[in-house]
Write a protein that binds this ligand. Structure first.
Ligand code: TYD
Ligand code: MG
Length: 461
């Protein structure tokens, strides 16, 4: 058999080589050669040029005003939390990547969604390259898949998967996982960058060409270092990631890219014996184990995607044994923490030079909005002074280098969530103190602060 036609292309300079080499002969970059398929002249469509897909039905450009806004309804996955992360459901013809560490629950979530989708909308093809049909079914029994029109296919060859998809004409295709499928058009092993990209591109053409929504599962390692899923991010429409650790009972799915919805939207699930169960009230979950009146703990009202969530930010400050004090954080950017510690030293007079500072967001959440600053400041100050933050007090606000507290977005929604969760007091930026939107005065006290020093006074008053 003639080997398939492919070349190895340097990803740095574009040079081509007939076989793999550790170093590009042209630019000298190491380990930059990736296998790519040569365009086959015989397979080119009638019009010539490379294969293409049309996003709209039309041929050629159309006038802006002539284009009708069709509101194609979104298709529900039957799992409300999952629909929320997707931006309100599955968009027909979209390609969605679900990434996460091995064992975190990707297959479980997609099998549940596939079953619910099959029951409500239409047949689903679930193609697994990792488990046999029996293994998938035994999992499905725990999840209560039942008699839904769900087709299972244990296959790693991409062309076979696409053939089955053409034969069954499902309403949804799931490929678990993109690292295990390989295209016969390339020689490199499954999981290599060339194969992953080729498979994703072919699936993209199928998704758009047949209007077939497709889910891809992608594994990432702890460091997120596996190049596969990362290099896929720009090909697909939506990227969802499982966040946090598999040792927590609950799982957080976050949208990090979405062409059809809000990013950083998140869905919260709990892993149970019968699969993933949506958590309707995440604030309650994240605050459930909060120690009462413990120093070093502050409650933050953050906005994740389209909804406010309360989380606990914890800090521990302890004398450093070795000359250079450490600033370590989980769930908060480490540089941000160093910056806030410096602000506390300089602008609020706290002495942290010889102290290790550890900060953690309870429950495995990670927060990257600046509104978390004031909660970090509160938790660290509380630990240093060994005094708890005042009871039933929540905080949010951005902190600047001059020690000023800056306004943040959607303050009223944050405050209302705090009031709803039983908090009676909220420390917030003075710039956000607009009485019109805040919760009613009689049951809830909103304290506007302009600087870190003022905030600390209000927190420990
Ligand atoms: P899985 O979906 O196989 O992970 P991934 O596809 O991301 O590699 O999830 C496996 C984990 O979930 C495993 O540790 C067992 C656990 N699990 C449950 O706790 N309950 C269940 O009902 C199922 C199906 C799995
Ligand atoms: Mg799996």
């Amino acid at each position: 058999m003639k080997p398939p036609k492919s070349v190895y292309v340097c990803q740095e300079c574009g040079a081509q080589a007939p076989k793999w080499m550790g170093r590009c002969a042209d630019c000298g970059a190491w380990n930059s050669l990736v296998e790519e398929r040569l365009a086959e002249p015989s397979a080119a469509p009638a019009g010539g040029g490379p294969a293409r897909y049309a996003l709209g039905g039309g041929s050629g450009a159309r006038l802006y005003t002539d284009i009708q806004l069709s509101d194609t309804p979104r298709l529900s996955t039957g799992i409300e939390e999952f629909d929320r992360v997707l931006g309100g459901g599955i968009v027909p013809g979209s390609l969605v990547l679900l990434g996460g560490e091995p064992g975190i629950g990707k297959s479980t979530l997609l099998l549940q969604a596939a079953a619910a989708f099959a029951r409500k909308v239409g047949p689903v093809l679930y193609s697994s390259g990792e488990e046999s049909e029996h293994q998938v079914k035994s999992r499905g029994e725990r999840l209560g898949v039942g008699g839904a029109p769900l087709y299972l296919l244990a296959e790693t060859c991409l062309e076979r998967v696409l053939e089955e998809a053409g034969r069954l004409e499902p309403a949804l295709l799931v490929v678990d996982s993109i690292q295990t499928v390989f295209s016969m058009k390339l020689q490199s092993a499954p999981g290599s960058i060339g194969q992953i990209r080729e498979a994703a591109t072919q699936l993209l053409f199928t998704a758009k060409g047949r209007n077939l929504p497709t889910f891809l599962v992608g594994h990432v390692t702890k460091e997120g270092s596996l190049a596969g899923p990362k290099s896929l991010e720009h090909i697909v429409d939506t990227v969802l990631y499982f966040e946090g650790e598999q040792h927590h009972v609950h799982r957080i799915v976050r949208a990090v890219k979405n062409r059809f919805g809000e990013i950083s939207e998140l869905g919260v699930f709990e892993m149970t014996g019968a699969g993933l169960r949506p958590v309707p009230n995440p604030s309650q979950l994240f605050l459930a184990e909060r120690p009462a009146a413990a120093p070093g703990s502050a409650v933050l009202c953050c906005i994740e995607g389209s909804r406010p969530i309360l989380v606990e930010v914890q800090a521990l400050v302890s004398g450093s044994l070795y000359g250079n004090a450490r600033r370590m954080s989980i769930g908060i950017d480490q540089n941000r923490l160093s910056l806030l510690v410096a602000v506390l030293e300089k602008r609020a007079g706290l002495s942290l030079v010889g102290e290790d500072v550890f900060v953690n967001v309870a429950g495995g959440m990670s927060i990257d909005e600046p509104a978390a600053d004031l909660a970090v400041v509160a938790a660290v100050a509380s630990s240093v002074r060994n005094r708890p933050v005042r009871q039933k007090t929540a905080v949010f606000g951005e902190v600047g280098l001059a020690g000023e507290v800056r306004a943040v977005t959607q303050a009223a929604r944050r405050a209302r969530e705090a009031a709803q969760m039983g908090f009676t007091r909220c420390i917030l930026p003075r710039g956000n103190l607009d009485p019109r939107d805040l919760p009613p005065r009689d049951a809830f006290e909103a304290v506007g602060v302009g600087s870190v020093a003022e905030a600390l006074d209000a927190l420990f008053a």
